[in-house]
Design a binder for this molecule. Structure first.
Ligand code: SF4
Length: 358
């Protein structure tokens, strides 16, 4: 084992965070935690991980659960395609693989929602296979250790980084080593202010020696994030119920419920947009009255401003034309459905306005 590897592992052995998914190397737990940790901070994941394990203690239990229950428990964690893929992968493992996760990177990558990074993490941590990982934290650490001055978003630099990650892997304790590298990136080799003075691998770091650590990793400037105006209707019927609809399973926020509406087209007023969307998706006509709430929300590649209007239902029986399902629900029944973050803010505004308890 090289001194870089042994220095890193000695630090990990002495200082590793006590995280709930580290209590066991059971592949189901490792897989669950790695899927939740994609794009999400450790502190946010902890309560979700524990609640999921409580509700679904095995891959068979998760596979047998209705998708709507899984989405409800995922509510607030974001990137909902992860929850849908998690459910599909659980069904494949439980029903087609006898409940056993494949141990290799190739076998794991064949499951929904598992890319090269996640496969490497599961394979090395749960099965002790010699498999590298490369996430944002590892890219930052390695580009500083080797002082890589190429744009890390380029395919050729990614290939260099994968090769470097592979070459630095020890023959034993690959899972601990990978976790140590990721944890170093999260806690010590931070994006803006790396804590070089307390870094266990400072002696091996080329960027530190050259004073270039704050210039690494090199990333090309991002294009401006697009913005869209989106409408939603709080459509009341004469019984004091609201119309909600479920998004198609494929695509953004798939399978989640929402106040129906959609994206404004060029040269269209917000009111006309809402009426058009309701006609196209549900086959209904409404009267649009005042703006009820305005919510701003950012997704990975774009931002939206959601304009929620109070509406009164006029005519047409709702039909699932461009939606998966629809329902009339009383305001205090909304908690039984899974909504995305922007719609949950509309619900919070609704409750604040009506003096209802959360
Ligand atoms: Fe990161 Fe500084 Fe350690 Fe280099 S010395 S790996 S830049 S924290």
């Amino acid at each position: 084992m090289s001194s870089f590897q042994s220095d890193l592992l000695a630090w990990y052995d002495a200082h590793a965070d006590d995280l709930p998914w580290r209590a066991s190397k059971d592949p189901y737990r490792v897989w669950l935690s790695e899927i939740m940790l994609q794009q999400t901070q450790v502190e946010t994941v902890k309560p979700y991980f524990l609640r999921f394990l409580g509700a679904y203690p095995s891959v068979e239990a998760l596979a047998a659960a209705p998708l709507d229950d899984v989405l409800k428990r995922w509510e607030g964690l974001g990137y909902y395609s992860r929850a849908r893929n998690l459910h599909r992968a659980a069904q494949i493992v439980a029903f087609e693989m006898g409940g056993q996760f494949p141990p290799t990177v190739e076998g794991l990558q064949a499951l929904p929602g598992i890319g090269r990074y996640t496969a490497g993490a599961i394979s090395s941590i749960a099965f002790n296979q010699r498999a590298p990982v490369l996430d944002g934290n590892v890219i930052r650490v390695l580009s500083r250790i080797a002082d890589i001055d190429q744009d890390v978003t380029q395919t050729s630099t990614q290939a260099t980084l994968w090769a470097l990650a592979e070459s630095l892997l020890p023959d034993t304790r690959g899972g601990d080593y990978n976790q140590a590298l990721m944890e170093l990136g999260r806690r010590v080799c931070k994006p803006r202010d790396p804590l070089c003075a307390m870094c266990p691998v400072q002696a091996h770091c080329l960027a530190y020696a050259r004073g270039t650590q704050r210039e690494r990793p090199v990333k090309r400037a991002k294009a401006p994030t697009p913005h869209y105006d989106v409408t939603a209707g709080l459509i009341w019927n004469d019984e004091g119920k609201l119309l909600i609809s479920q998004r198609p399973l494929d695509g953004l926020l798939g399978g989640l419920w929402e106040f129906p509406g959609g994206k404004q087209e060029p040269d269209e007023t917000l009111e006309a947009c809402l009426k058009r969307e309701l006609r196209e998706e549900l086959g209904i006509e409404v009267n649009v009255s005042e703006v009820f709430a305005i919510v701003r929300h950012g997704f990975t590649h774009f931002r939206i401003t959601l304009h929620a209007f109070t509406c009164r239902y006029v005519s047409g029986s709702p039909q699932a034309l461009g939606v998966r399902d629809w329902a009339w629900v009383a305001p205090d029944e909304l908690d039984g459905y899974t909504f995305g973050k922007a719609d949950r803010q509309v619900i919070a505004a609704l409750r604040a306005r009506r003096g209802m308890l959360l």
